[in-house]
Design a protein around this ligand. Structure first.
Ligand SMILES: Nc1ncnc2c1ncn2[C@@H]1O[C@H](COP(=O)(O)OP(=O)(O)OP(=O)(O)O)[C@@H](O)[C@H]1O
Ligand SMILES: [Mg+2]
Length: 433
């Protein structure tokens, strides 16, 4: 056994995110080392790709899952299934698992495969077994309505960690973890508000940090919506119309929607797309193409479903969203030659879109975020002026309208941001010592 394995086990922090995961260990007071993944990044997509080889089913996660999926699609009909946003299903009692290639997988089975790969990657880099971890949890899981739902989600997440080979797991709220990371940069005491905006959830905490005192958590709050909900709005307003959501078909003596709305609702949660690959949907779409006034749009929808284009479609949606974080206007485009040989039947766009339009589409979500922040301040009796600093993190904190919620309440100069994809893992590592 290498000598490094005999030293004390590392304190490891794991942020298993809805979209991205990262892992870190504490190496000195206020210093961490992040795990580097094969794509040379410190965060890894929380994706799982299952592929059938003869009677064996092989799984890949993170950058390997993407590479494998793309290779399979370039080749044509290699059977595989790409799954993402698994964390969002944790509180759902109706979603206990799924069948892939005729084999039943529980949600814990699927998540544990991603977690095991994270553990092995960390062991390789740190040269030590990784058996204990401090793990992030949202304040409120996506879709959790009661305390019981929260407890159920947590039990399942813990079970997935055990299945992935961890002996012990300690949970910490993700926005509290982010505060540990922010605190490491401070040399004075501050009352801070953390906003962590991810793919699935938006999480908040008010804490006292820095100075000689350890972090004191004053309050936390959470909301089960974030970047995925913004993507859904882009699908609704931009992608679905190009795939026939506004199209009509000839009925007996009147015009009717060509395709029922529930099919587009599944498209909005792109990870539900695979649920549309059924005979029933195929029959609906075949008939809609015959009776529809815009059959080419329905045909494109059919191709998106048949060819499993959920992942590249979602990537195109995210690209547009990210462009709109940087610029006032962007162009959505999907399909054609950019997708390679087997993707060539779908060609949407270019469709111009402005940041103002996007902000209009996500206005209800922005409103809910603002209400949660105001509710947190009211419930704790902390006045906005008493907050020394607001620290925003998570990928969705790049959205200017999200940042504006804080700038308008606390002033631009009190709002800081950083380490969007790694602050939670860094903080968890510091918290674990
Ligand atoms: N520049 C950007 N502008 C807008 N959104 C972005 C940008 N970069 C990333 N995102 C979005 O951020 C989200 C991912 O952020 P992050 O990695 O912090 O989430 P997560 O930790 O996986 O999710 P959660 O914390 O909800 O479990 C995605 O919805 C992604 O589309
Ligand atoms: Mg996160």
């Amino acid at each position: 056994m290498p000598s490094a394995f005999q030293s004390a086990p590392s304190s490891i922090g794991i942020d298993f995110g809805t979209t991205n995961s990262s892992v870190a260990r504490a190496i000195a007071p206020n210093r961490v080392e992040l795990v580097r993944f094969s794509n040379d990044s410190f965060s890894s997509r929380s994706l799982l790709y299952l592929e059938k080889h003869a009677s064996r089913i092989q799984s890949f996660s993170g950058p390997e899952a993407i590479a494998q999926y793309l290779a399979a699609h370039a080749e044509g009909d290699r059977p595989g299934r790409l799954i993402q946003s698994l964390k969002s299903y944790l509180p759902s009692k109706t979603l206990s698992g799924t069948e892939v290639f005729g084999r039943r997988y529980t949600l814990e089975d699927l998540i544990s495969r991603i977690l095991k790969d994270l553990r092995l990657r960390a062991e390789k880099q740190f040269g030590q077994p990784v058996l204990h971890a401090t793990v992030g949890r949202p304040v409120r899981f996506v879709g959790a309505e009661t305390e019981e739902d929260e407890a159920y989600a947590l039990t399942r997440l813990r079970a997935a960690f055990v299945q992935a080979g961890f002996e012990s797991v300690e949970f910490e709220y993700e926005p509290v973890a982010a505060a540990y990371a922010y605190q490491a940069t401070l040399d004075r005491e501050e009352t801070i508000l953390i906003g962590d905006f991810g793919g699935g959830t938006s999480d908040f905490s008010i804490l006292q940090v820095g100075g000689a005192r350890p972090t004191k958590v004053i309050a936390t709050a959470g909301l089960g919506l974030a970047g995925d909900a913004f993507d859904a709005k882009i699908v609704r307003h931009l992608v679905s119309p190009a795939l026939g959501s506004d199209s009509q078909a000839r009925g007996l003596n009147k015009l009717l929607p060509a395709v029922p709305a529930w099919i587009y609702a599944n498209l909005e949660r792109w990870h539900y797309l695979s649920f549309l690959k059924t005979r029933n949907v195929l029959e609906i779409l075949t008939s809609a193409q015959k009776r529809g006034l815009e059959p080419e749009k329905i045909e494109a929808l059919q191709s998106v479903i048949d060819e499993d284009l959920g992942y590249p479609l979602h990537q195109a949606v995210q690209r547009t969203k990210i462009d709109l974080s940087r610029s006032e206007a962007a162009v959505f485009q999907f399909g054609g030659p950019q997708l390679g040989r087997s993707f060539s039947t779908v060609d949407i766009g270019p469709i111009p879109v402005t940041r103002a339009q996007f902000e209009d589409w996500i206005a209800p979500e922005l409103e809910q975020i603002a209400e949660t922040v105001d509710g947190l301040l009211t419930s704790t009796g902390v006045a906005a002026q008493a907050i020394d600093r607001v620290f925003l993190t998570g990928g969705t904190s790049f959205v200017p309208a999200v940042r504006a919620i804080f700038a308008s309440r606390f002033g631009e100069d009190r709002v800081v941001a950083g380490d969007e994809f790694t602050s939670v893992a860094q903080g968890l590592a510091l918290r674990s010592v």
